[in-house]
Design a protein around this ligand. Structure first.
Ligand code: SF4
Length: 333
């Protein structure tokens, strides 16, 4: 569950303009009537909430491939590692090549996206758990990815991709959002203005977010920037980006958040009475023991950091990895 709150002032979508973060989405999720039956599977989460910060770029691989609306339903058959797309009522119709031909020109033009939200269970768009039917009429015990989802992931292995259904889980929702914003920020702050200085400044702002997600990567990224090895700037940036995105790929654990909160508390040394300090320590222990949400110690730390913290610690994106207005704490409480 997220409880990140605002200290850092990320450059976010200008309220009066289109949000600058562009996210790809299965067209049926935003209400386009592109499904096999001419309908849609509109997602309120996408339309009401995420659209406040994302400009959605819609795409339907089946329509792009010319299968038409309406069209017969499709499914995957054969080997789950390399399935074949067919019409559900005709196992002999191999449609895989037609679908691939429909999206293969479009795929390389999606490099400007900072994330992608896919429709679950679809033989084209499903990100995982897609059924692969066998000659006995039953699905294989191994599930797979849709044909388009697999190609998307191969083309953009670091791109944050998630199924819309999984975004109803607070932890996964939080993790997807922070990855999309991290991906976007890195592109703007480092890839578009590549310099060692910008890379180090980026790392400084993300330091405690990385620490909360992956302590091994936190150490190895620090070593990478330590400059012991002579690496060309482009290789250094690419290597950093790869490990950085990997570090954020899983939600942060309670143990790692606790460790990070104690590190941040260290920045208040000398500015707190012993009673105030003990109180914060108790609250962090309560969070660690599952007695209070992360928002409680974060809010308390934030309150004190606003008064006594350095610009460096106030600027940490750990406090607001994405805008509060799309936080799960606001959406679901
Ligand atoms: S192919 Fe994808 S975008 Fe098109 S209707 Fe199916 S799930 Fe939706």
């Amino acid at each position: 569950m997220s409880s990140h709150q605002t200290i850092a002032t990320d450059k976010v979508a200008n309220e009066s303009h289109q949000p600058y973060i562009q996210v790809g989405v299965s067209a049926c999720l935003v209400g386009d009537n592109v499904r096999y039956n001419g309908g849609h599977t509109q997602s309120r989460l996408c339309l009401d909430t995420l659209s406040q910060c994302f400009t959605f770029i819609t795409f339907c691989p089946e329509v792009e491939a010319g299968f038409g609306i309406p069209r017969p339903t499709m499914r995957l058959i054969g080997d789950p590692a390399s399935p074949t797309l067919v019409f559900s009522n005709n196992n002999t119709s191999d449609l895989t090549a037609q679908l691939v031909k429909g999206f293969e020109k479009k795929l390389p033009t999606m490099g400007h996206l900072d994330g992608y939200i896919l429709m679950k269970n679809s033989p084209s768009c499903g990100l995982e758990r897609v059924k692969v039917y066998q000659p006995n009429g039953h699905p294989h015990s191994i599930r797979t990815m849709g044909v388009f989802a697999k190609a998307l992931k191969q083309q953009y292995p670091l791109l944050p991709i998630e199924e819309e259904g999984r975004l109803n889980d607070d932890e996964l929702y939080d993790n997807f959002l922070l990855r999309v914003f991290a991906y976007s920020n890195f592109r703007k702050e480092v890839f578009e203005q590549p310099s060692l200085q910008n890379l180090i400044a980026f790392h400084s702002r993300y330091k405690y977010l990385i620490m909360a997600h992956n302590q091994d990567k936190y150490r190895s990224l620090g070593r990478l920037l330590g400059g012991k090895e002579k690496i060309a700037l482009t290789a250094l940036i690419n290597s950093y980006f790869n490990d950085f995105i990997e570090a954020l790929s899983k939600p942060a654990s309670r143990k790692n958040h606790t460790n990070t909160l104690f590190h941040i508390l260290g920045y208040l040394k000398g500015n707190l009475s012993s009673i105030a300090r003990e109180h914060i320590i108790d609250i962090i222990h309560n969070y660690n023991n599952g007695l209070t949400p992360l928002t409680t110690p974060l809010t308390l730390l934030k309150h004190h950091l606003m008064q006594h913290g350095s610009e460096y610690i106030k600027d940490q994106r750990y406090f607001e990895p994405y805008p509060d207005k799309i936080s799960p704490m606001i959406q679901y409480c």
